[in-house]
Design a protein around this ligand. Sequence first.
Ligand code: PLP
Length: 403
Amino acid sequence: MHVNPYYEKLPGNYLFAEIARRVKAYSAAHPDADIIKLGIGDVTRPLAPAVVNAMKKAADEMLAPATFHGYGPDYGYEFLIDAIREKDYAPRGVALAADEVFISDGAKTDTSAIQELFAPDARIAVTDPVYPVYVDSNAMAGRLGDFTDGRWNRLTYLPCNAENGFVPEPPKEPVDVIYLCYPNNPTGTTLTAAQLTPFVEYARKYGALIVYDAAYKAFITSQVPHSIYEVPGAREVAIECCSFSKTAGFTGVRCAYSVIPHEVTGIGGNGQRVELNALWKRRMGSKFNGVSYPVQRAAEAVFSPEGQAQCAEAVRYYRENAALIRRELQTAGYEVFGGVDAPYVWMKTPTDSWAFFDRLLDQAHVVGTPGAGFGPSGEGYFRLTAFNTREKTAQALERIRRL
Ligand code: PLP
């Protein structure tokens, strides 16, 4: 058995594994260090009572033969799909058919698996810096060429930096797929409808696909789209991935959803148009057996009036943490970005980003994420997350200020 040769081209560790390795080594050498983690994007607030009650009720149903649930529908239960259509999309003027929404166990699952629908030689573009999953999944499939000097030589990078105000330009060369994530991880920045429009126009003009990751849409307070479908013409060229992870604290529960409108097509072997919706159904049928019934009931409860209010409360808590991080960093003289419509604050570092990581760990016992880990344009920046408790966040910022 020969292993997949493309795995051997992957650079070192997955970013967060490398961070965990460094933190573990530091803790082992300094057992008394009280380390505060503002690194990985995991939530800390407990689940909403409405969500847990729904989960318990569904678990009880599993006790009785009449209400027991075995395998569910391949693409998700109708009750959850309808809640998403009616409570999430319809209020924004986006009408979706029931079979355009797919329930899954994570936006990581979906954003990494979607590339299975692309031709082996499809050209990919990502904003840079970027959530590493889009890049790694395409690299594993052999689409990105070789990784040298911190770059894949067959990947189009769309730089987002302080110089361009974190507004990327559409690709200069022809690409088949563009991954966009707004509110953005890692920069915490957003794009307005007017700033997204050139991407939709590019995709329509060149027959490209947009994979839009809206995992952080619950954090939006500014006048920016919550969905790519709020941009005219996007229905024909974009699919959208959403998650309950950050909206409702489901990182350990696991539930997400993707939207694939029927209008979105690719070119088949005979030059005919093929619906990605049909391909995704085919894939789900072969590779996925659904999210558990209690979890889908729990996700449905996120859209109940109590669920909405309780989840919004947790999001507000994180948003206030983000505001605190922004404020404190600015007071300390750092240049900061993002953190208004997102749980991430992106700061400029005085040194290279891994050196800043090591210094912060060593001198402040604070863990963040080096920008270089998110792509070449991430160098010189650093990401702090708002997901820790208020107390720990305040304590971490106090230490950073004293640096
Ligand atoms: N998409 C982005 C941009 C993320 O930052 C994350 C998690 O950090 C995910 C997707 C993963 O979401 P899920 O927990 O639904 O797999």
